[in-house]
Design a protein around this ligand. Structure first.
Ligand code: PMP
Length: 351
């Protein structure tokens, strides 16, 4: 490490993103991207933005985009915050609401960026084991807690908690802020955004990366009561006034203006997932019940790296996680029907 690194920089253990190989080299099913393009209106924006517009700073509050998102969910525009990917929104959330004197908790198996943010901002955290059935059991979380962070559906398992279970916890712990990361909820889970008006201890974080095919443009958002969002805005305005560029704001707005296209594409991914799961079950592989655009797959008695290496040798990238309980498993993103048929054919041979 370089001698100029700060103490904080020295002790960081950064998040490691999935591999991004050259386009076309692999069937890429390792980072939960959408196999379809964004809404047609997005292409139109990209082909008509005048370069002269780039002279100007973008709207620091991204009002048009927040208005489009608010209209989609039936909330007010001051109940929506937008940032440069939900990773950035989550980072702002951790800094805005949790500090070194606070206790927070999240599952032991979940999005591996949560402990990275906690370490970055010196926030002490507890991890709570998933049950034997891979479920989040909120009744065993310690008390008191300033925050509970949940990915729903969870990653990399794909299992969901129902809004009823989350609502019960919101009632039982009014002094705990629940950050519910719904990165994958559009693929068959139920969002808790409708609960936001009733619970001041609920903050929902979402991304356009998966269900709106926007991973390359980096747009994430949070929905919560406006006085709670004030905290995130304070952090954002102490860090970067303009997290979303002019093109991203216009393109993302176009995506939210085309609900039929969004519905059609997410339904397509859900149907492909169901067919893929059925085929995997037929060839004797274990698959966790997923409501996300990925499935967690294993063959009892085998290490996940065996599946990963075999698929990689045959041109398919999937993801494996280095944690004892996850060792037998690989996470496979749902691509197009033809991509998933290819994976099934390969796995048939392997089995
Ligand atoms: N939350 C979860 C659970 C995720 O899996 C991801 C994607 N890695 C993110 C948030 C971040 O997504 P993005 O920064 O692309 O919006």
């Amino acid at each position: 490490m370089n001698r100029f690194f700060s103490k904080t920089c020295h002790r960081l253990i950064p998040y490691v993103p999935g591999e991004q190989p050259e386009i076309g080299q692999f069937i890429k099913l390792n980072t939960n991207e959408n196999p379809y393009p964004p809404a047609p209106g997005v292409a139109e924006v990209l082909s008509t933005v005048a370069p002269a517009l780039l002279r100007l700073y973008p709207d620091p509050t991204a009002k048009d985009l927040r208005t489009a998102i608010a209209a989609h969910y039936g909330v007010q525009q001051n109940e929506v915050f937008v940032g440069n990917g939900s990773d950035e929104v989550l980072a702002f959330v951790f800094q805005a609401f949790f500090g070194s004197e606070d206790a927070i908790a999240f599952p032991d198996i979940t999005y591996s960026f949560y402990p990275v943010y906690a370490n970055l901002y010196n926030i002490p955290y507890t991890t709570v084991p998933l049950t034997n059935a891979w479920a989040v059991d909120l009744s065993v979380y310690p008390k008191p807690l300033k925050g509970i962070v949940l990915a729903n559906p969870n990653a990399p398992t794909g299992l969901t908690l129902s809004p009823e279970v989350i609502e019960e916890a919101l009632k039982k712990r009014p002094d705990t802020l629940f950050v519910v990361d719904e990165a994958y909820v559009d693929f068959g889970g139920a969002s808790v955004i409708p609960l936001v008006h009733s619970y001041s201890n609920l903050l929902v974080v979402k991304t356009m990366s998966k269900s709106r095919a926007f991973a390359g443009m980096r747009v994430g958002y949070a929905v919560g009561q406006s006085d709670l969002l004030e905290g995130i805005i304070r952090v954002k305005d102490s860090f970067n006034s303009y997290p979303l560029d002019i093109i991203a704001q216009k393109a993302a707005t176009a995506s939210f203006q085309d609900t039929p296209y969004f519905e059609q594409r997410r339904q397509q991914v859900i149907e492909t997932r169901e067919r893929f799961v059925q085929s995997l079950n037929e060839i004797g592989l274990s698959v966790l019940p997923s409501k996300a655009n990925f499935v967690f797959v294993s063959k009892p008695g085998f290490d996940g790296t065996a599946i990963l290496s075999y698929l990689r040798e045959n041109g398919v990238l999937v993801r494996h996680f280095q944690k004892p309980r996850l060792a037998p498993w690989v996470r496979v993103t749902i691509g197009t029907d033809s991509q998933m048929s290819e994976v099934v054919d390969l796995l048939k041979k392997w089995v």
